[in-house]
Design a protein around this ligand. Sequence first.
Ligand code: GSH
Length: 202
Amino acid sequence: MIKIYHATGTRGFRVIWLCEELGIDYEVEKVDFSKEHRFSSEWLQINPLGKVPSLEDGELLMSESCAMMQYILDRYGNGRLQPLTGTVEHAYFLQWLWFSEATFSRPVGEIVNHRREFPGELEILDVVKEMQSRIFKCILALDKALEEKPFILGKKFSAADISLGYTLLIAQNRVEDSLPERVSNYWESISSRKAFKIAREA
Ligand SMILES: N[C@@H](CCC(=O)N[C@@H](CS)C(=O)NCC(=O)O)C(=O)O
């Protein structure tokens, strides 16, 4: 059975949400998110960068959340939640799946890391503001892409919405402006799914 090493609020949320949507068996092992534990030799064997999440499936051990999603879709998805590989639609699916982590989550992570390393008065406001403006550019790109469609690929919910949904979850309380209407409606729709709520409780 798939084992997801997860700490509340971390990217393991994407993987749990996906397993719930697909209805596949998985177990969650909660990870102590303290720096001490993450850099212990025990945890570094599971995640060489001292980060969370990790995924285990038999001999397989992975430590990139969107790659875990792609693996689960290809191995257990039976064609669900992603378009057919090699199609134009699949190319857009990959684009949004990767965008969510490689571009959109990045400035969010920078703010989180900056505030962890430079707490309180040590925080450099210009750094945070610069990252907030990068987050907002991503939100605006998402807003444009959602023109006249309920989900990022169109009428059908896909795993790209899961990946974007996690980033929206961590991004929205780190920017000062409220979400544009289309993104706000999109957020309402994806975050009201049963699988999202179950992942939230994990
Ligand atoms: N690209 C990686 C990012 C993993 C990551 O940054 N995880 C965060 C929690 S969601 C973490 O462990 N942060 C601690 C740190 O970077 O020091 C993924 O998608 O799994």
